[in-house]
Design a binder for this molecule. Structure first.
Ligand code: TXE
Length: 485
């Protein structure tokens, strides 16, 4: 399927598809081959300003006055168009992100349902009447949109994250500017075409491309942008928080993680192994909620490890275009270097790195790293504390429930946690004690568009997805009316 445009990708600003006013372009790559895949026009600062202005005017003149039914209809139309082009978008992600095609197709399955879900819950953005002490006063709330939202996207799940930020922002009545990662902009550009075809008025959705330091920074500090929703690394998230502080903007941050998978001695071991292996393999471990610390009770450690190693030896690493491939490359040379550096650090601090799987049907130049376990890790090692963001897991043993909980919480992050035990009381005690935004018991953490998601501690601020995402895109006004007058 020929899904990549041969001419440089233009940006969408208001009703115009355009190049940047300074005429610059940048390359985007196929990580499986390290070859240039396409060129993309880059926004200059005044293009970012033009996009913000277009979004502001669309908000003021039109979008904030639309009815829930009008916004819902457009979101449903977009859902239908997405379903029509799902396979094409999946191929774009396979070529630009390096996801195996089976995974790209699977991860995009829920996108139309996500858009329909946010279309359906628009009426929930309503206020209430409050029975205040003063009986002469009618006191009520209104839930109102915020205005222009900047949605800043990373490279690991470009389309899923775009859709799950876009749906609630538009449903709540905001207009948006999308800033895809400069590493993986292509699927978002395909979505922008569908947004136009669906009939969204010009300016309601704009897309600008370029680096975080220039285009991203300009966008988040623009005075007409009232909300920033960001997914990416914790360092960048903290930087955005600082950049937006002077204007006291609303900020939602979905950041890094170092999630534990805790295996007790009464665990359903096969399922625990499947979840651990899945987290290592899926998207080459470049998943914020992936469990990267395997905490295993010492009495079952050997058996758990033996089964996990058997599974990992069979992993087919290779070309993402091959339907038999289970794991593709990392997204970029930078990410590959980072992961390899952490594996070296782990060895230096006394862990035992072990690699599995075989690289098949893939050009040597691609950014491949085999599934890696850091055996005999200790909870305080750098490699067990810092986000690596690749197919690497630290294996750590614990003695009892208390130690498991202490180790699970020994992290600056708090995105997710998984635990395997058949003891219901222990499961519930652990679920309460774990400091993380998502906890899964006897299954993996898999986000869904209809349940709230967001981290504790340095894993983020605010919630995305579910009803919470709709609220996150609104502000609440309290009104009182003195009826005695
Ligand atoms: O992401 P960045 P990077 C983690 C992962 C990875 C690390 C670095 O550990 O190794 O982050 O990845 C834009 N103002 N995650 O450097 O910098 C940037 O252009 C405004 C976890 O690629 O976080 C891009 O669109 N925007 C994560 C987006 O921010 C700025 C997923 C993400 O870039 C900006 C990806 C600025 N000052 C990486 N600087 C997850 N939580 O899933 C950058 N950007």
């Amino acid at each position: 399927m020929n899904v990549i445009e041969s001419k440089p990708y233009e940006m969408l600003i208001g009703e115009r598809w355009c190049a940047g006013t300074e005429g610059r372009t940048f390359d985007t790559f196929n990580p499986a081959t390290a070859q240039v895949l396409a060129q993309v026009h880059e926004a200059a600062e005044r293009d970012v300003d033009a996009a913000v202005l277009a979004a502001h005017e669309a908000y003021q003149e039109h979008w904030r006055k639309t009815t829930p039914a009008q916004r819902g209809r457009l979101l449903r139309r977009l859902a239908d168009l997405f379903e029509r082009d799902r396979e094409k978008i999946a191929w774009i992600e396979t070529l630009n992100v390096g996801k195996p095609i089976t995974h790209s197709l699977d991860s995009l399955k829920a996108m139309p349902a996500s858009l329909e879900y946010f279309a359906g819950i628009i009426p929930a953005a309503r206020g209430e009447t409050i029975p205040v002490a003063n009986q002469d006063v009618l006191n009520y709330t209104l839930r109102e949109p915020l205005g222009v939202c900047a949605l800043i996207l990373p490279w690991n799940y470009p389309m899923t994250l775009t859709v799950n930020k876009l749906g609630p922002a538009l449903a709540a009545g905001n207009t948006v500017i999308l800033k895809p990662s400069e590493v993986t902009p292509l699927s978002t550009m395909a979505l922008a075409r569908l947004i136009e075809e669906a009939g969204f008025p010009p300016g309601v959705v704009n897309v600008v491309n370029g680096s975080g330091a220039t285009v991203g920074e300009r966008l988040v500090t623009h005075p007409l942008v009232s909300r920033v929703s960001f997914t990416g690394g914790t360092v960048t998230g903290a930087r955005i928080l600082a950049s937006t502080a002077a204007d006291v903007k609303r900020v939602t941050l979905e950041l890094g993680g170092k999630s534990p998978l805790i295996v007790f001695d009464d665990a359903a071991l096969d399922k625990a192994v499947a979840v651990a292996a899945g987290d290592l393999i899926k998207n080459s471990g470049q998943v914020c909620i992936a469990c990267t610390r395997l905490l295993v009770q010492e009495t079952v450690r050997d058996e758990f490890l033996a089964r996990l190693q058997t599974r990992l030896k069979a992993v087919r690493v290779g070309s993402p275009e091959d339907p038999a491939t289970e794991m593709g490359p990392l997204v970029s040379a930078t990410q590959k270097d980072r992961v390899e550096q952490y594996i070296r650090i782990a060895a230096e601090e006394g862990a035992l790195p072990a690699q599995y799987g075989s690289v098949e049907s893939a050009p040597e130049a691609g950014f491949f790293v085999k599934p890696t376990l850091l055996l005999d890790s200790k909870v305080d090692m750098r490699s067990a504390q810092e986000e690596i963001f690749g197919p690497v897991q630290s294996v750590i043993s614990f003695r009892d429930e208390d130690e498991a909980l202490r180790m699970a919480n020994r992290s600056r992050y708090g995105l997710a946690a998984v635990l395997f035990t058949r003891d219901g009381g222990r499961a519930l005690r652990m679920a309460r004690g774990i400091q993380a935004g998502s906890v899964a018991i006897n299954t993996g953490v898999r986000t869904s568009f209809d349940a709230p998601f967001g981290g504790y501690k340095q894993s983020g601020i605010g919630k995305e997805r579910g009803l919470e995402a709709l609220y996150e895109n609104t502000q609440l006004k309290n009104v009182k009316y003195d009826m005695s007058v």
